[in-house]
Write a protein that binds this ligand. Structure first.
Ligand code: GLC
Ligand code: CA
Length: 557
């Protein structure tokens, strides 16, 4: 067994966690300052969104130097101190590694552009335009074409799946493969315990001349640039080198569009691949088909049925292969308390959702702030949303005669920037995050870690108890079995050796009696309300949840 089979991950958006030098930007010293808080939460691993030198076009996913820390976030000394202090507390540190692209300010790209004999030309992807147009009509995930002209007078284009300032690397080139492995090994030598492989499913592209079959100006279509067969080859080359450096390095791959079978394909234990796949397909959410807004910003809602189907599928397909990632969201979506159209004003429901997700078989990933019930930022004007995708949406909806208030409400519910707000440490003006206005700032609903710490009934206390339960072998390693129940109940069993646990959630605003599938003597390990267990019947209040274990079990939630 590897350490990461029991990983419980806390995702930190470094720019928004804790500022210590009053420039409004979170920093590594801020994370160091809060390590005790993180440790007390009950996680054992932290994942930091990118901290390398970057022009910050995409908040660090555009890297211009992979061997140093962005000066706005800290220094190499700060990083070494962070690793040391994290390890002293038995916390593992995982870095986010953008491997699909660099910044256009990376010396490789700059040299490739300006030097006709550059040895870095073949690090990137180039094509000639066709009849004064881009080489084909493929669309970028960030809006517009995947192609940008190297200069206005040229007919030569470079390829970028994301922002035009983030050119894609050419992974066919063995020098690119070697360079990326060297970068990872450099950080492994500094004591880093693992990497999140950003956007790795896009490393290979189809024949670039092929036109997309979809109509429209710049359609996006995974068929041409996601999950192509060569991805596995590039991935295993990279992973084998990193694991050779340190076999305990944990690799979790971001494959946002992967289904369970694809996740299995990328995590076969007998091959050098990822250890875990994180997909955005397992939030149990469904799109609101009645909405006039389609695509990236289409409103979503939670569906318990869909959640059940999703996890039966992922748990069965990945059994004996790898662990599903258990998460309600990340920095690329709005916070789930805002996104899923739930009656989350009842804190009982948020606790139920946490239990429902994290006690399943799998690796929990908690997005900073979830544990104190933090909501997203509420921007005051549509003009506050300035990324290309949001601007395109605003133009498009205005053309359809939507009024700005409705567009604002939609964006506040769906846009990812709302999820990247400063952590709310206390109830002071800038939430104890900074003494000056944070880099990403708008109105916030009240939340305060300080108040939560001292309240035994708080969300934070519940998360702490929940994660203590999660770290038992029963809830981390045990087998998982979803039970057939009526539509308002979710129930699953966990078993390992002689241990037995069952999680029951009442997903409704009415009290419910649930008949347990066993007559074993069970006790309550954790609940978000008073639960009655009489014989085989559990009585749950509205939005109630409980985890029950065998009477003699030595588990203390
Ligand atoms: C991943 C990241 C996202 C970033 C993109 C490009 O999807 O999660 O935040 O914009 O890759 O690096
Ligand atoms: Ca700072």
């Amino acid at each position: 067994m590897k350490w990461y089979d029991n990983a419980i991950i806390y995702q930190i958006y470094p720019k928004s966690f804790q500022d210590t030098n009053d420039d409004g930007i979170g920093d590594l010293q801020g994370i160091i300052k809060r390590l005790d808080y993180i440790k007390n939460l009950g996680v054992n691993t932290i994942w930091l969104n990118p901290i390398f030198v970057s022009p910050q076009i995409d908040n660090g996913y555009d890297v211009s130097n992979y061997f140093a820390i962005d000066p706005s976030i800290g220094t190499t000394d700060d990083f070494e101190q962070l690793i040391k202090e994290a390890h002293e507390r038995d916390l593992h540190v995982i870095l986010d590694l953008p491997i699909n692209h660099t910044s256009d300010q990376h010396p490789w790209f700059k040299d490739a552009l300006s030097n006709p004999n550059s040895i870095f030309k073949d690090y990137y992807i180039w094509q000639k335009g066709v009849n004064g147009h881009e080489p084909n009509n493929w669309g970028s995930f960030f809006g517009g074409s995947v192609w940008t002209k190297v200069s206005p007078e040229s007919n030569n284009y470079y390829f970028h799946l994301f922002d035009k300032k983030m050119p894609d690397l050419n992974w066919k080139n063995v020098e690119v493969q070697r360079s990326m492995a060297d970068i990872a090994k450099f950080w492994v030598d500094k004591g880093v315990d693992g990497f999140r492989l950003d956007a790795f499913i896009h490393m290979a592209k189809a024949n670039l001349k092929q036109m997309s079959l979809k109509s429209g100006k710049y359609p996006t279509d995974d068929t041409f640039y996601a999950k192509l067969p060569e991805v596995k080859q590039y991935l295993s080359g990279f992973v084998s080198e990193v694991k050779e450096q340190n076999p305990d390095t944990f690799l979790f791959g971001e494959a946002s569009s992967a289904d369970s079978h694809q996740a299995a394909e990328y995590t076969r234990p007998e091959e050098d691949e990822c250890d875990v796949i994180v997909s955005s397909n397992n939030y149990g959410e469904v799109y609101d088909d009645d909405s006039k807004v389609k695509g990236f910003f289409q409103p979503r809602k939670f569906s318990l049925d869909h959640f059940k189907e999703t996890f039966v599928d992922w748990e069965s397909v990945l059994a004996n292969i790898s662990y599903p990632a258990l998460t309600w969201g990340n920095h690329d979506v709005s916070r789930f308390v805002d996104r899923l159209n739930l009656p989350t004003d009842d804190p009982k429901l948020q606790k139920s959702l946490a239990m429902m997700m994290f006690l399943q078989r799998g690796i929990p990933i908690i997005y900073y702030g979830e544990e104190i019930g933090q909501h997203g930022l509420k921007y005051q004007s549509v003009d506050d949303f300035d990324d290309q995708r949001a601007v395109e949406l605003i133009d498009n909806l205005r053309a359809q005669k939507f009024d700005d208030d409705d567009i604002l409400a939609l964006l506040n519910e769906e846009d990812e920037m709302t999820a990247r707000g400063p952590f709310q440490w206390d109830d002071s003006e800038f939430g104890g995050f900074s003494n000056v206005q944070p880099w990403n700032w708008a109105k916030q609903l009240p939340a305060s870690a300080k108040a939560e710490v001292s309240d035994d009934n708080s969300m934070l206390s519940f998360y702490q108890k929940l994660l203590r339960l999660k770290s038992t072998s029963l809830f981390s390693q045990g087998d998982y079995c979803l039970l057939a129940t009526n539509k308002d109940i979710l129930a699953y069993e966990r078993t390992i050796n002689d241990s037995y646990g069952i999680v029951v959630i009442n997903y409704s605003d009415k009290p419910i009696d649930y008949v347990l599938p066993t007559n074993k003597n069970l006790k309550v390990a954790l609940a978000n309300q008073k639960v009655d267990v009489t014989g085989q019947v559990v009585h749950l209040e509205p939005w109630g949840c409980c985890a029950l274990v065998k009477e003699e079990e030595e588990i203390n939630g």
